[in-house]
Design a protein around this ligand. Structure first.
Ligand code: 3PG
Length: 218
């Protein structure tokens, strides 16, 4: 799958909802309930980070939940890419982008959202064909203002920023035409997941799913 094809698919996934929950799940027994709550609240695209020993099993369990589109985050190596694809991930997210990760996603046919921050990183990925990129870590890299500045000279690249985004600042991001959606962990607070408090998570998802986006005018 070429980078251009990967970005086309990534754009479709980003179009599903204004927010992609970034999930760190330790307890496999919470996976299905968490995914069901998020999908019910209007957030079908889910990023499961490969930061816990159970992450691949969590992807497998969430992939069974109707209406969800489950991806793998924190892809750092080609073997992460292979394992994520084998577990049923429909997309991949990396905090950065290396030639080996990009090659693995091409070989495995896994649509990648590669990470970039600087104009040179954005341009380097654009040269390869990636027109949809992750901007990470968003808040500490200049936040919405930095993305607005990058969007001046490079308006053909669209972004999913993540890192430090919550209800307090999400509107700054979603108000920009080059921002398709944002990623964030605030939708699934650790305590609510641990307590299987699906009503709280569904309510947070519902609030996030109603956020307006400049990239998708009504
Ligand atoms: C991450 O990779 O952890 C994401 O960027 C989520 O960041 P957040 O926890 O600040 O939302």
């Amino acid at each position: 799958m070429t980078p251009a094809e990967q970005s086309r698919r990534a754009a479709e996934i980003c179009a599903l909802a204004p927010v992609v929950p970034v999930l760190v799940v330790d307890d496999l027994s919470r996976a299905a309930g968490l995914a069901r709550a998020l999908v019910a609240g209007g957030l079908p695209a889910l990023e499961v980070t490969l930061r816990t020993p159970s992450a691949l099993d969590v992807i497998r369990a969430m992939a069974e939940v109707p209406g969800g589109v489950v991806g793998a985050g924190t892809l750092l190596t080609p073997s992460d890419v292979k394992a994520a694809k084998a577990a049923g991930a429909k997309f991949g997210v990396s905090p950065g982008a290396t030639d080996r990760i990009i090659g693995a996603c091409e070989d495995e046919g896994l649509p990648l959202l590669p990470g970039a921050v600087t104009a040179t990183e954005v341009m380097t990925l654009l040269e390869k064909g990636f027109t949809v990129q992750k901007f990470f870590p968003a808040e500490t890299s200049g936040g919405a203002a930095a993305l607005k500045a990058i969007g001046g000279p490079i308006p053909q690249v669209h972004f999913c920023p993540t890192g430090g985004i919550g209800m307090k600042n999400v509107a700054d991001y979603l108000g920009q035409k080059t921002i398709l959606c944002v990623g964030g962990s605030w939708i699934a607070p650790a305590a609510a997941v641990a307590n299987a408090d699906w009503a709280t998570i569904e309510a947070l998802a519902r609030e996030a799913s109603a956020l307006p986006r400049a990239a998708f005018p009504a």
